[in-house]
Design a binder for this molecule. Structure first.
Ligand code: PEP
Ligand code: MG
Length: 324
């Protein structure tokens, strides 16, 4: 069983009817990056930079961050690396040197892009480090927790200013570093037409999207039955985002844990997704699942998926995916 999986390292991620799917890795450590490379990931689709800031009393400076990001880029030897800007909030206040104020609702608080925009110097330092790393291989910038077009405008203006300053200093940076946003706040998914043309790509963060759309804390065990992507509202929102992204020619990936669950692969493929970013430990299992699926036949059942009224119907739809 393990050996059969291991053999898939060198096989393409292709459905039975010949549709290629790109599997990127989620990574937050050197080991993740090494594993991603060894398992044949298409790149790093989500590099979580938080770990650089955790469990230490002082902030990492620009050079420390630059070295960390550059090493990820070099470690992937030319495959694209998507670096997410800092996604921290008051729930991690004690673990960082950020001096965050306690909040009653950290999940709804000053976190992600909100924190970055509130602490401009911190954000600029990170952007400088990421842009400098772009001289070493293909890099994309991904912004977490975006809720509105104003945040997209503010981030773009900062990135442009930082890039200009680096060029003026004679630093080598890539001519164009694509900028994307996480779609994980329901408002961003619903207001996507307002800013989709201003970003280069989208990444669906289903961990938070499920949490916020269903008003169910992702860490609350008492709600584990409710906390699931198998809800018609989630399916409908994912479908709408993916369809709009494709119409506007914007690449879209899913990077929540959902992407690493082989069970959900037929659902995501049927909604039109061909880019997944997942924990490297799940990569081969998901590859195996995708290789067993026939996308043409799944698509014939797309309307049934979109009509699923409750969890039981969506589970039944998934269970029938093999028969398809
Ligand atoms: C998500 O919310 O789905 C996501 C990928 O980000 P994180 O799990 O880091 O919040
Ligand atoms: Mg998230």
């Amino acid at each position: 069983e393990r050996r059969a999986l291991t053999r898939l390292r060198h096989e393409p991620t292709r459905t039975r009817d010949g549709i290629d799917v790109r599997l990127y890795a989620n990574a937050e450590s050197r080991e993740d990056v090494a594993n991603a490379h060894a398992l044949g990931a298409a790149g790093v689709g989500l590099y979580r930079t938080e770990f650089l800031f955790l469990q230490r009393p002082q902030l990492p400076d620009e050079d420390e961050q630059f070295r960390a990001y550059r090493d990820v880029v070099l470690g992937m030897s030319g495959r694209p690396v998507t670096i997410r800007t800092l996604d921290l909030g008051a729930d991690k206040a004690d673990e960082t040197g950020l001096a965050l104020r306690d909040e009653p609702n950290p999940a709804l608080g000053l976190r992600g892009v909100r924190l970055s925009l509130a602490r401009g110097a911190l954000f600029d330092t990170q952007l400088r480090a990421i842009l400098r790393a772009s001289a070493y291989g293909p890099v994309r910038i991904l912004v977490p927790m975006v809720a509105c077009a104003e945040e997209v405008h503010a981030v773009k203006a900062r990135v442009a200013r930082v890039a200009e300053a680096l060029r003026a200093e004679g630093e080598a940076i890539a001519p164009h570093v694509p900028l994307g946003v996480m779609i994980e706040v329901p408002a961003a998914a619903l207001a996507l037409p307002a800013f989709v043309d201003e970003v280069d790509f989208l990444s669906l963060g289903t961990n938070d999207l499920v949490q916020y759309l269903l008003a169910a804390d992702r860490n609350n065990e008492a709600l584990s039955d409710l906390y699931t992507p198998l809800h018609p509202a989630i399916v409908r929102l994912l479908h709408g985002v993916i369809r709009l992204a494709h119409r506007r020619g914007k690449p879209v990936q899913v990077c929540g844990e959902m992407a690493g669950e082989p069970l959900f692969a037929p659902l995501l493929l049927t909604l039109g997704l061909t880019e997944f970013s997942l924990h490297p430990g799940r990569l081969l299992e998901v590859r195996r699942r995708i290789r067993d699926l026939d996308l043409g036949r799944l698509r014939q059942r797309r309307n049934a998926l979109l009509r699923g009224r409750d969890r039981a119907q969506l589970e039944a739809w998934l269970a029938a995916a093999d028969a398809a």
